[in-house]
Design a protein around this ligand. Structure first.
Ligand SMILES: Nc1ncnc2c1ncn2[C@@H]1O[C@H](COP(=O)(O)OP(=O)(O)OP(=O)(O)O)[C@@H](O)[C@H]1O
Ligand SMILES: [Mg+2]
Length: 273
């Protein structure tokens, strides 16, 4: 007999990062997605399903549409003038382009960028920023969210004695983990990461990679990376993009050991890109 757990009812008021039991389940379903910047088409008929609590890597040469695609998942392209999108993206049975609640969407689908983009304020205030915007004022509650989020981002021990110091005084690698904490503080289901380690040294990169491996117990992660070893190390599935199309999408070990398409093979073996 299989027992399926409902989402815990306590979730809205609980600050523990408890989520339902992991199961192979589609979290995001993208079908026939086309995106245009003005006249220029940047995505062509992109279809893929992203599994819950997996790490999905997006790889491909510069300009192939990885960031563009990633941004469609929380409607960040809406902020760019002249963007037209057609096709469907369904997250948890809701078509995100048919709903107008973009704030709710961006709470559910958080984002971490290439360069750490902390606000010029304290570490504490950076992490508490989103929850405060949501109207949480209770100091105890905020303290708990900040601590849980920083712990969740594997940076608590390094910053717990300097929470009131400027976040900009941290190293790049520490700042990036605080950015991840800031995303976690919103209690997202999905975390999008656009080359989150490309500005980091190898040790910080390793820390962020270890963190991603932990985060996938609770979150669905979609990550753009130019680093093939990184994709191979941390992801469950990999999508190879070329000229705005998905050439191949499969389990990561298949993509890297036995790809079907010659273009995938050429790319992963470094013959172009
Ligand atoms: N705001 C924009 N306005 C117009 N064209 C854009 C815009 N952003 C991206 N593009 C174009 O869309 C295409 C895809 O760009 P995108 O940034 O998604 O590529 P990418 O795969 O993330 O590349 P990189 O690996 O260099 O980050 C490119 O041709 C790019 O020039
Ligand atoms: Mg990009």
């Amino acid at each position: 007999m299989t027992i399926t757990m409902e989402k815990p009812i306590m979730r809205a008021s609980s600050f523990a990062f408890v989520k339902e039991a992991a199961a192979e389940k589609e979290k995001i379903k993208v079908s026939n997605l086309n995106l245009y910047y003005g006249e220029k088409q940047a995505l062509y008929n992109v279809s893929l399903d992203i599994q819950q609590k997996e790490v999905t890597a997006l790889i491909g040469p510069s300009g192939c549409g990885k960031s563009t695609f990633l941004r469609t998942l929380n409607r960040m392209n809406d902020l760019i003038d002249g963007v037209k999108i057609n096709g469907d993206i369904v997250i948890d049975d809701e078509n995100i382009y048919r709903s107008n609640d973009v704030i709710k969407l961006r709470t559910k689908v958080g984002m971490v960028f290439q360069k750490p983009n902390l606000f010029p304020m304290s570490i504490y205030d950076n992490v508490a920023y989103g929850p405060r915007m949501q109207g949480i004022k209770n100091k105890k509650v905020l303290n708990q969210i900040v601590e849980d989020s920083l712990r969740g981002a594997a940076i608590w021990d390094e910053v717990k004695d300097r929470l009131k110091s400027s976040a900009l005084g941290l190293s790049g690698g520490q700042q990036q983990r605080v950015c991840i904490a800031r995303a976690i503080a919103m209690k997202p289901d999905v975390i999008l990461m656009d080359e989150p380690t490309s500005a980091l040294d190898p040790i910080s990169t390793l820390k962020v990679e270890e963190l991603i491996a932990q985060l996938k117990e609770n979150y669905t992660i979609v990550i753009v990376t130019h680093n093939m070893q990184q994709a191979a190390r941390i992801s469950d599935k990999t999508a190879f993009f070329l000229n705005g199309e998905i050439v191949e999408y499969d389990k990561t070990d298949v993509i890297f050991s036995n790809p079907t398409d010659k273009r995938t093979e050429d790319y992963i073996s470094g013959r172009f890109g």
